[in-house]
Each structure stands twice: as C-alpha cells, then as structure tokens.
Design a protein around this ligand. Sequence first.
Ligand SMILES: [Zn+2]
Length: 440
Amino acid sequence: MTIQTVDLIIHAKWIIPVVPKNTVLTDCSLVINDNRIIAIKPTNNIEQLFSAITEHDLKEHVVMPGLINAHGHAAMNLLRGYADDLALDTWLNDHIWPAEAKHVSAEFVKQGAELATAEMIRSGTTTFSDMYFFPEETAAAAHSSGMRCQITFPIFDFPCAWGNGPDDYISKGLTLRDDYRNHERINVIFGPHAPYTVGDDTFVRLSSLAPEIQSGIQVHLHETKGEVEAAVKESGKRPIQRLYDLQVLTPTTQCVHMTQINDDDIAILQQTGAHIIHCPESNLKLASGFCPVDKLLKAGINVALGTDGAASNNNLDMFGEMHTAALLGKAVAEDAAALSAQQVIEMATINGAIAMGIESDTGSLEVGKCADIIAIKLDDIEHAPLHDVLSHVAYTHNGHRISHSWVNGQLLMQERQLTTVNTKEIASNAKEWQERLAQN
Ligand SMILES: [Zn+2]
C-alpha cells in the first residue's frame, strides 16, 4: 500500500466534529493537505496510510472546529471597561459616541483590531465578523493575523470620521470588497448599522445591490424594546416589517440581536430565511432584552452567536458566550432542557458559518473543509472528572485552555504562543490608548 505524504496530521484524544450532531470521536487523527481536511481516521492505523511533514500529538486535548464570532466591533477593544454600569442611552450618548467622535481614526481602528485578533485567537475564535469605521484597517488586521473574517462595512445616513454619507460609505465599501475579491479568508459585505440610523432610500439601494453582486447584509435589528416602540410610534411598523417591505431580508441577511420578537416577526424570519446573530452578554450588560433562542431554533430559524464589542461585554471569549447563551436560553424558555451543549456549540460554529454563507469552508470538522481547528487541553483540576466532553466545552469556560489554533491550515497559536501577531507591541499600543482616552 502506498503511503501518502501530507502537510499536517493532528492526533487527538477527542474530536468534536460538530457535524454529525452529538458526536465525540476518541483517539482519532485529522489529516490535512493543501489547507483542507482530507481524512479523519482512528490514530492506530493512520501510519499505514499517511506520513506528515508536521505532526501534533494532542493526547490530553479535545480538538474541534474554530469558533465563529458572528458579530462584533473589534476596534472597540480599546474602549473595554471605559464606561460601565450605565443605562444604554447614557452609555452611548454621553460616553461611547463622544469618545468615538474624538478618538476614532485609522490608527485607532488598526491598533484596536490588532488587540482584538490576539484576544480572539487566544480564546479559540478562528472566524470573526466585524462592523466598524475604517473597515480597511480591520480587514488588514485580519489578513495579517491569519484569521478568517467577514467585514461588514458600516453604512449610516449621516457623516462620520470614515466618510460623509451613504453614497460615500457604499463606494468605499465596494472598493474594499474589490480589493479582497479573491482573498481566501476575507469577505466584505454590507453593514447598514440599524433601522434607526439608515433611511428607506439607502435600504432600497442595498436590496437591489446586494443580490446583484451576491453580497450579504448584516444589520442591528430589534436590539431594544425602545427601538421597536419608537419605530411603531413613528411609522406604525415594527422595524423587521419595514425591512421586509423594503426587501432587505433574504437568506443572506444577518439580523443582530432580535431581543424583541413576536409571532409575526418569526413568520417573517421563516419566510425570508434571514439569520439571527444572538449576543447574549451584550444584551444582558446593556439590559437590552432577551432573545427567545429556543423558540427560534424550534421554528427552524438559524441562530448564530456573537460577542458584540468589548465595550459592552467586556471580552471576546466565545466560550463564555456559549455558556451564557445556554444558561440564558434555558431561563428565557423556562426549560432546563432547552439549548443543549450541542446546540450552543453549533451556534458558535456551524450556525455562524451558515449565516455568513461560508459553511462549505468552515464551521465543522468534515472532509473537504478548510483546516480551521482549535485544541483545548483538558488535563487540569477544573476539568476533572471528564464524564462528558460536550458538556465541558459548553459549560466550563475553556477560553484560557486553548493550546493550539489553525486557520486555513496555518498554525496561529502553539502552546498559547501566538505565531502571527506581536503581543508585546499590541499591549504597548493599548496602554498608550488608555492614556489618551483618560485625558478625554
Ligand atoms: Zn453591535
């Protein structure tokens, strides 16, 4: 029998492929060649089939797909802890927006996004979605970090430091989309900020442009009760109904938050195939409301998971987010059987990939997919005993136990050492911003 030489083999004590559901493979190896998974086989006969240029023996580890943070504002890492314990309006109007107006620049976004990529890699995220000013800088940070990324370039009806209005944002965003057209890891889509910051004319334009160029759309929607009530008072319509009427909702639309949902809203989501990005920790911290995730999943709606920005979280740890999503989902459903470990793991992996339309590349460990892989070392006191690996991943907060991370076959972290980003420089830049922001 001929032995095939491949780029990489990862021998793991346990593998959670995510697809098929509720599966944990024991003593198996992942075989990777040309950035993709070409086999998943029992370790004991792998040597008869393959020899690898690089091998990793992870015998105390669980190996699983890298996590997908489906909504965030990476550069806001520089505003982590800057304004806490305030009502949403006060938080935004008196603190976050004035700080952004004064400080946000290409340099702020570059250094904030670099800080975020380091934190995300260290806590097991391999793909992130980002909506923020100067998206060119976040795209560049994603490129150099080796992470996979969906850039949702922001669109508002008013000027900001990045541009002077919707035409300018769309033009700059489409140029960025062109720049990354053939990039293996980075996709650029429309990011109309929210129904209350974007007018009908702009949404109508996006509803014809997006299908024409096969781009997705991500929008904050029904984040708070106040948002929905104000819209109904003004126009007689709930925001989701307005976006439906403007033909913005399609199977490539990602609706972020959706803490206010009635049966009509569910019918619209079912009919259009739009996705929900649930950000439980941000919703809790800003007291925005509760997304009824169990009900949505039972209605067949795809729900993915995101951290939102670090200013309202205050971390980008998707393991913490899974834990919170599971507990909150059970409480909201008044059912301890709601949102199983498998379901929240899916929300943090394959559901995010489906929402972004990249499920043929990432979101599960299956033959043919890109090698977006993380390893978690489970040999410590906090993980003993080990009755159920899926339970440990969902409920025991593993962000700090990630030992290795690969994206597209490239090793981004080995034994917690980052290979693509300079953590010393990133920390020093963050310290400088701390001083600048303190001067106000
Ligand atoms: Zn957000």
